[in-house]
Design a protein around this ligand. Structure first.
Ligand code: C2E
Ligand code: MG
Ligand code: MG
Length: 510
């Protein structure tokens, strides 16, 4: 059986060859055995001739490739070879896995399947091109193989997916330790063709026998767990849960439904006020997307943003959000209540080639002055490709658009990067604000960020403000702005307009 991904590497057998001319081995063949297992084999062909030298048949010898680690068919090709690590045929993978399971069974051990997906790999290809993407995959494969034992199997499973089979583990924790080792190795910044690229991955772990007794089930369950890892913020690993099957189906149908929802315009924006902590005036509004589902009612972004990012629907979705928020800001301005509107921009959108031009066109279309638009970017989105991002940010600054770092404190932006970026505002993540009155460490972090922000000449806003005590703490720490349920929950545009009428706005502050 030729694996589907490979063409035979030599011309068809020649019967007029001399008897001594046994063909060189043809590799990358798989033998489907009677017991259902697959074996990696080579074949040699020798012609049989009659007494006059005429070919009358051929002898074909199959030889099992047993030497070396089980990665023989799947390890990266040598340097210089143009091809990438072969994408392993799923049939072969299941065969390898089945063998690993048999070994684990006979020795009373467990086996683990790690399903690994490179986070946002499509953006690397989009931003830097396929040549760099391929180069990156090669380096990632090398790093992956260096993290496992020779008895383990590393296989490429899809464009940006790998399956690692840990053939023998004694304790389940070993799989998590290995997964974390892999995540650390992959996360090391990589220099490719003059670009510093930072790649993270999400890993799902399936354990034999706990999460499946056959290869197919194990890979499927590890795949589902990988989606949980993505949902919990990426760059982490998650063990398979037995009841996870339903979630995977939900996820797949969710991606389909999102497409339809965008076409049918089922998304709406709610607006949450940002408040000046000294005067109580409204300084801005943050636009937050919701899905007005015809049957399920209002769905919050936590349930669909990550799926939208994975199927790249986030780019048109964010474009719609920017347009709708600018249109609304212009309407409030025309009604005599000007207020800047902040929009959350995903990493995919920020790194989309047309992003800057699209936003400029939207501002022109809606006739909104650029300083009424505030783009909220997370630290990880900024750090995805810091050099190119800096060019885009500077362009927005020149245009007059405001820029905010959202969820500040949860990412890895360096102080020197912060000093260089033309960011107007740091928005302290709500996880620090939650406990400022109870946890001295969080209180210290928040105070430090506020004074650091001010020394760098940035505005600082605290999000997730829920209590009067938190407000008092922030005021004492000289934080200028706050946002949270204490001041107002996200609300429909009409209600926000009423709030604007009853509360003073402080757009001059911006
Ligand atoms: P975010 O940008 O950090 O938004 C703040 C989230 O905290 C919002 O959740 C908001 O409703 C919630 N929140 C506000 N005040 C409080 C509070 O006092 N306590 C608590 N517990 N929560 C508070 P939401 O609307 O569910 O949005 C979640 C995340 O989804 C946002 O986090 C943002 O990252 C993303 N998101 C929302 N809208 C968009 C969008 O249009 N495009 C993109 N790309 N992402 C969006
Ligand atoms: Mg935000
Ligand atoms: Mg936030």
């Amino acid at each position: 059986v030729d694996t589907a991904t490979h063409k035979p590497e030599q011309p068809p057998m020649k019967f007029d060859a001399q008897p001594s001319e046994t063909t060189s081995p043809r590799r990358k063949c798989v033998l489907l055995r009677r017991d259902g297992f697959l074996s990696a084999i080579e074949d040699f062909t020798t012609p049989i001739r009659d007494g006059l030298g005429h070919p009358v048949g051929a002898t074909i010898v199959f030889h099992e490739v047993t030497a070396g680690p089980s990665t023989a068919l799947t390890t990266p090709r040598p340097p210089g070879d143009e091809c990438l690590t072969a994408v392993l045929h799923p049939v072969l993978l299941n065969g390898e896995l089945a063998q690993a399971i048999t070994r684990a069974c006979s020795q009373g051990n467990q086996a683990a399947v790690l399903f690994l997906n490179l986070d946002r790999f499509a953006h690397v290809n989009d931003c830097l091109g396929y040549t760099i993407g391929d180069e990156l995959l090669r380096s990632m494969t090398k790093r992956l193989t260096s993290c496992v034992r020779s008895s383990d199997t590393v296989s490429r499973y899809g464009e940006d997916e790998f399956v690692v089979v840990l053939a023998q583990i004694e304790r389940v924790e070993e799989a998590a330790i290995c997964a974390k080792k892999i995540l650390t190795a992959l996360a090391e910044p990589l220099s490719v063709a003059g670009h510093s690229v930072h790649v993270t991955a999400s890993v799902g772990i399936g354990i034999y026998p706990r999460n499946g007794l056959d290869a197919e089930t194990l890979v499927k369950n590890a795949n589902i767990a990988m989606y949980s890892a993505k949902d919990s913020g990426r760059n982490n690993c998650q063990f398979s849960q037995r009841d996870a099957g339903a979630r995977a189906i939900e996820r797949r149908s969710l991606e389909g439904s999102l497409r339809g929802a965008l076409e049918r315009q089922e998304f709406v924006l709610h607006y949450q006020p940002k408040i000046d902590l000294r005067t109580g005036a409204i300084t801005g509004a943050e636009a937050l997307i919701r899905w007005q589902h015809p049957e399920q009612g209002l769905i919050l972004p936590a349930r669909f943003i990550s799926a939208a990012e994975d199927c790249r629907l986030i780019v048109p979705m964010d474009q719609w959000t920017v347009y709708e928020a600018c249109r609304q800001a212009r309407a409030w301005r025309d009604a005599g209540r000007p207020v800047p509107v902040a929009v959350n921009i995903s990493s995919a959108e920020l790194h989309d080639k047309g992003f800057f031009d699209d936003v400029r066109a939207i501002l022109e279309d809606t006739r909104l002055e650029p300083h009424y638009l505030d783009l909220e970017l997370t630290e990880s989105a900024l750090m995805d490709n810091p050099d190119t991002t800096m060019v885009v940010l500077n362009a927005f600054k020149t245009l007059g658009v405001q820029l905010t770092i959202d969820d500040f404190g949860t990412g890895y932006s360096s102080l020197s990067y912060l000093r260089k970026t033309p960011i107007d505002t740091l928005k302290i993540d709500q996880s620090f604000v939650n406990d400022i009155t109870a946890n001295p460490k969080d209180a210290a972090i928040v105070s430090t960020v506020i004074s650091m922000g001010h020394s760098l000449g940035r505005r600082v806003i605290a999000e997730g403000v829920e209590t009067q005590d938190q407000v008092a703490f922030l005021q004492a720490a000289r934080c200028c702005e706050g946002q949270g349920y204490y001041f107002g929950r996200p609300m429909v545009a009409a209600r926000f307009a009423k709030l604007l009428q009853t509360t003073a706005s402080a757009s001059g502050l911006n």
